[in-house]
Design a protein around this ligand. Structure first.
Ligand SMILES: NC(=O)C1=CN([C@@H]2O[C@H](COP(=O)(O)OP(=O)(O)OC[C@H]3O[C@@H](n4cnc5c(N)ncnc54)[C@H](O)[C@@H]3O)[C@@H](O)[C@H]2O)C=CC1
Ligand SMILES: O=C(O)C(=O)Cc1ccc(O)cc1
Length: 302
């Protein structure tokens, strides 16, 4: 059984790092949280909001006295953050992350940490929203949400258990995948949908009559494009980091669109309805499965 963390350092105190901090504080799983970031103003906001107890004056100060380090910055920052950390890393300190992609993060960690790689336990909370920064952080963001740990062969069971325990204190449910499986899954159900939402809003916004279109856009457009309100920097990094898997999903989706387009050219209502019905049935089944799992979770079953 893991004991309470004495001190956790969070690199990137935004939505994800901030929500992790708030949830751990609420559960009593940590004594002190230290924030490190690239924007002083944002760290001061995090401190005023009670998310972090202290703003680190240096990476050395943040790292040397912490038993857990969480990296919750855009994924392309991972290698430079780890390179800054490594000279001060104690043998017992565990480093983890919350990045939305995993194969690139593991490569970055191997390059930066070298023979300290066993101390890095990669993870990804499957929870979030389209808002960013410490103001968007929520204490309950991770309650009943999945966290995927993509453990490395070098990780010890104790270190993986400690990271899992921290997320469980936030209310999360732990899953495990390998990094390639992880990136293939999230290319399909998270990364591609974000690209599509951005593309649709960009397309509409560039039309000469965009104002009229936005004036009449209703809740369907709002639902479909909510995630296009997300951080462009974060999603640029995810898109580039997972480009191979995303290209595969984009090709598959483009092929489906081409089929649908041909049915439209042919005014083939039966074929269009067949695709729509298949999608409607699959979505209903998916929602029912989620609701059943949530009910079981609420009722404490397993
Ligand atoms: N937004 C979401 O819904 C989810 C995001 N993630 C992942 O979590 C990570 C953080 O995302 P958010 O919290 O949403 O973004 P955010 O924009 O709310 O927070 C990121 C923070 O990192 C800081 N930062 C940037 N570069 C840094 C550096 N070199 N050193 C230290 N701090 C730095 C920024 O100033 C900002 O405060 C990303 O890797 C993202 O892929 C994972 C699950 C969900
Ligand atoms: O806003 C939403 O609905 C999301 O999809 C949040 C999200 C964004 C990135 C992730 O890696 C995981 C979850």
């Amino acid at each position: 059984m893991q004991t309470v963390f004495n001190r956790i350092a969070i690199f990137g105190v935004g939505l994800i790092g901030g929500s992790f901090a708030l949830a751990l504080k609420k559960s009593g799983a940590v004594r002190q949280i230290v924030g490190v970031g690239r924007s002083r103003t944002s760290l001061e906001t995090a401190q005023q909001l009670g998310i972090i107890d202290h703003i680190a004056d240096s990476v050395e100060e943040a790292v040397a006295g912490s038993d857990l380090i969480m990296i919750a910055a855009p994924v392309a920052q991972t290698e430079s953050i780890l390179r800054a950390i490594v000279p001060f890393l104690n043998a017992k300190t565990i480093v983890t992350d919350a990045g939305s992609t995993k194969a690139d993060v593991v490569l970055a960690a191997r390059a930066a940490l070298g023979n300290k790689i066993a101390q890095f336990v990669p993870a990804h909370p499957i929870a979030g929203r389209e808002l960013n920064g410490p103001e968007a952080a929520l204490t309950d963001l991770y309650v009943c949400k999945k966290v995927v740990i993509t453990r490395l062969p070098e990780n010890t069971n104790d270190d993986v258990a400690a990271v899992a325990w921290a997320w469980q204190q936030c209310g999360a449910i732990i899953h495990q995948l390998n990094p390639a499986q992880h990136d293939a899954v999230f290319a399909a159900v998270s990364h591609l949908p974000h690209l599509l939402a951005y593309a649709l809003v960009d397309d509409v916004a560039r039309k000469p009559h965009a104002d009229t279109l936005f004036q009449y856009a209703a809740s369907g457009f709002r639902d479909f494009t909510r995630i296009a309100g997300s951080s462009p920097e974060m999603w640029r990094d995810i898109t580039l980091a997972n480009r191979v898997a995303m290209l595969e999903e984009l090709d598959s989706y483009t092929a489906r669109l081409a089929i649908l387009r041909e049915h439209l050219v042919q005014a083939d209502g039966a074929a269009i309805e067949d695709i729509y019905s298949n999608a409607q049935k699959a979505r209903h089944n998916w929602i029912s499965a989620i609701e059943a799992a949530e009910k079981q979770q609420r009722e404490g079953g397993d």
